[in-house]
Design a protein around this ligand. Sequence first.
Ligand code: SAH
Length: 240
Amino acid sequence: MKLLYDSQGNKYWFRGKDVHTKNGFIRKEEIEKASSQTVLLTNTARKMVVSLPGFIDMYRGIKRGAQIIPRKDIGLIVAETGIGRNSAVLEAGAGSGALCLFLANIARKVYSYEIREDFLEIVKRNIEMLEMKNIVLQRRDIYQGISQKNLDAVILDLPEPWKVVPHAAGSLKSGGFLVSYSPTLPQVSDFAHAVRQDRGFLYLKTSEVMLREWEIEGRKIRPKSQAIGHSGFVSFAKKY
Ligand code: SAH
């Protein structure tokens, strides 16, 4: 697969067919021959640069069913837990598989539970597209329990995360993290309460990430007018 960028930074995927842009088209034969950084011209003589896709380019193209966790929040989860190449983690529900795929790109093993068959199909498709080999995806209700043991982290994006606290206690290794992402504060409150009631956990904190992107164009240097509003709160607990 290849990418084409115009001078405004607009991105076009080459998927084996002629590429039609806002400013004319380029024939597939020309793109097939081109290597990265080659400049091609559309039929209306606009410049397009050829590039190869990386993980993030592929990731941004995943099919979406359930609402995904934004990358700003995934960044916080990864930075607070230190998940890395030796980690085994479990996440639920899989939803569209966005968090699952991101974790699979950095962790050793990712277990993922999802109850809805239609969402499982979307996640399977996305796993195939990104060619991830370290994900174990299961149709399971996480409120009924977790069968994996010795996990480095359990990460939840669920309507009722507090129901998972006792199961996570038995599945995490000492020092492991229980993380919950929720859009509303009553969910955060019930989750924190359940964590504090459980002798297996130390409640750490709840955070919200606010991200502001900027336009840098000549002297037009200012925050972008459109921004993500609220996404969710991220709560962290540590297994003793
Ligand atoms: N984090 C995901 C989005 C999750 S949306 C992403 O980034 O793509 C929440 C998902 O949890 C939904 O797909 C829903 O079907 C699933 N879910 C709800 N209750 C569940 C349960 N008890 N066990 C497993 N999955 C559940």
